[in-house]
Design a protein around this ligand. Structure first.
Ligand code: O2Y
Ligand code: MN
Length: 596
């Protein structure tokens, strides 16, 4: 850092943290290429990062086997009143949590460097952006933050003397004694990990994990949990949504924001290559979407991130050629397998190597019975490298949203696509969204889980209040509200065969939505919502049997009625925080199904 930070609150906080955590040295990050290269070089020398011969300026990291994913059971929302966190969050009272964690932070950075990372989520000076400062003792977190956020001096300048920032304190929780040799992936045991959010103070404390969402605090912690709570107070939306621009052959641009739980192909949809002639798509974001009502009365969105932290397994030239094109250089890979020629590999990538080194560093051959890459292995990639990246990246105004999509993975019951009758019905569709557990997150107790707005693990306040906030945003947007749709790409026939080809062909469904927005097509009114009229879904060049199409759109009223008690039980856990308007929506659905 060449210039001096003049922000008094930030300087005081850095001094306080240093006094508590007692690092050997402090480094203020400037976000420069030299800084990134120097830290990577140090991690290579320490044996933590493996340079890849197969990809330019790219590195492989192997985490500790106990530190491989976000850990919901160790993620806390700490509010003065338990009810304000709601039934879907783990809660500990702030005084108690702070006391526990302060004693853990005491001396936790001994023998390590404490990095101060000033970062902006969103274009600096955008009315939609927020500034955070992460303090961390993990150089891996610093390099990932370089890719995922806007880091450096520009942020310090934007902060000025008394600008607001969100303090994000992170430690891997592994102090080094004098002369003690470090391990490749320092972290604390699971029961000592805490990923804590104090939304009433806009404050984040994370301890004990160096992995993904637990350590890159700009992502889930700030941009979803803390931001969703700020958004409610300030009247905007912070959502777990991809953002996509679809361009028609005539050049009309449609902006789509879509929420799906994990394992529903969110990154693939964000990077879609439309198969319908003349249509193009641009990727604006694959995970997080911040939206504000702007002076034109419409909801404008930005992706606050600058990179993709994507799941590697399953990514291939067939499932996501755009992502594969993005991964050629400047990538951080975590927990992938290493091939003999110095490249990375994972299950589901095209081809299988004869042998490799697995994510735990052991020799691996196909058929060994264990995957070579961890199922949650990741790539961290700069968004500017995405071949379908949109070009208004730094536009402070963001893009006006035309369409919201909710969805989940359901092999039965839910049709390919339907549209909400109105905003309240759309909010009900988002609030009752459900998905089947996959092998990666197998939930033996409950194969179908409610994951409203795909925000279950990320809502920084009581979910009942969150539903109310969405309803109120609709009231404010009135006639300028985006249209709302629900999709299910995953319906199967009785033999377990997918009924819909998915991937690029999903553009056909998106096109129908665009046609609806511009009034080019009508729709059939059904008990669950509005569905395409025969012939309105563009199926040219596809040969889907008529019977499959019927099944894709079939509404089995009895199966739908069996969903009602489950939705009711889910809703009622929010008690008096659940808006009556949603109770009314559930009753209305039941009545429509009964009378149909
Ligand atoms: O496992 C982690 O730490 C990352 S989780 C994640 C990463 C990128 C995008 N989405 C997610 C998620 O869990 O929704
Ligand atoms: Mn996500």
């Amino acid at each position: 850092m060449t210039s001096v930070c003049r922000n008094k609150r930030l300087n005081r906080w850095v001094e306080e943290v240093a006094a508590l955590c007692r690092p050997e040295r402090i480094h203020w990050c400037d976000g420069s290429r030299q800084e990134y290269d120097r830290l990577m070089g140090e991690m290579v020398s320490a044996g933590t990062a493996i340079p890849l011969a197969g990809r330019v300026n790219s590195f492989l990291f192997r985490s500790d086997p106990s530190d491989v994913a976000r850990i919901e059971s160790r993620t806390y929302l700490s509010t003065r009143n338990r009810e304000d966190a709601g039934p879907t969050n783990n809660w500990i009272a702030p005084e108690s949590l702070k006391q526990t964690m302060t004693s853990m932070y005491d001396g936790c950075m001994r023998g390590r460097t404490m990095y101060v990372i000033p970062f902006s989520m969103g274009p600096i000076a955008s009315p939609l952006a927020k500034i955070g400062v992460q303090i961390t003792d993990s150089p891996y977190a610093v390099c990932n933050m370089h890719i995922m956020t806007r880091v450096g001096e520009r942020v310090i300048q934007a902060l000025g003397k008394d600008g607001e920032f969100i303090p994000c304190l992170h430690s891997v929780g592994a102090p080094l004694g004098p002369g003690q040799k470090d391990v490749p992936w320092p972290c604390a045991p699971v029961e000592e990990k805490y990923i804590s959010h104090f939304p009433e103070e806009n404050l984040l404390w994370s301890y004990g994990s160096g992995y993904g969402g637990n350590a890159l605090l700009g992502k889930k912690c700030l941009s979803l949990r803390i931001a969703s709570s700020m958004a409610r107070r300030e009247g905007w939306l912070a959502e777990h949504m991809l953002i996509l621009r679809l361009i028609s052959p005539e050049g009309r641009r449609y902006h789509i924001a879509a929420a799906f739980p994990s394992a529903c192909g969110k990154t693939n949809l964000a990077m879609i290559r439309p198969t319908i002639s003349g249509w193009k798509a641009e990727t604006i974001g694959d995970d997080i979407c911040w939206m504000k009502i702007r002076p034109d009365g419409r909801l404008h969105a930005i992706n606050p991130e600058t990179g993709f932290f994507g799941v590697a397994p399953g990514t291939s030239f067939s499932s996501n050629p755009v992502a594969m094109g993005m991964l050629r250089e400047n990538i951080i890979f975590t927990n992938c397998a290493l091939t003999e020629d110095g490249d990375v590999w994972w299950e589901g990538m095209n081809g299988t190597p004869e042998r490799a080194i697995d994510w735990k560093g052991r020799p691996w051959t196909p058929g060994r019975g264990e995957p070579a890459a961890h199922p949650n292995a990741r790539f961290t990639a700069p968004a500017v490298q995405c071949p379908t990246e949109y070009h208004d990246w730094d536009d402070p105004e963001g893009v006006p949203i035309d369409i919201f999509i909710f969805g989940g993975r359901r092999s039965a019951v839910i049709p390919l696509v339907y549209e909400a009758f109105d905003w309240d019905h759309g909010v009900f569709m988002g609030a009752s969204a459900s998905s089947e557990a996959t092998a990666a997150i197998l939930d033996k107790v409950k194969p179908v889980r409610r994951d409203p707005f795909a925000m279950s693990p990320f809502c920084g306040y009581n979910m009942g209040d969150y539903f109310r906030h969405w309803l109120e945003m609709g009231d404010r947007l009135a006639g300028k509200a985006p249209r709302i749709f629900y999709v299910n790409w995953f319906r199967k026939d009785a033999e377990g065969r997918w009924l819909w080809p998915g991937f690029g062909e999903n553009s056909r469904v998106l096109k129908w939505m665009c046609d609806r927005v511009d009034g080019r097509v009508g729709a059939i009114k059904t008990p669950i919502g509005l569905m395409p009229e025969k012939g309105d879904l563009d199926l040219s060049g596809l040969s889907i049997p008529e019977a499959d199409l019927e099944e894709l759109f079939f509404i089995d009223k009895d199966s739908w009625r069996r969903e009602i008690p489950d939705i009711h039980a889910y809703f009622e856990q929010f008690g008096d925080r659940l808006p009556d308007r949603l109770r009314g929506q559930l009753r209305a659905l039941d009545e429509r199904l009964l009378s149909a």
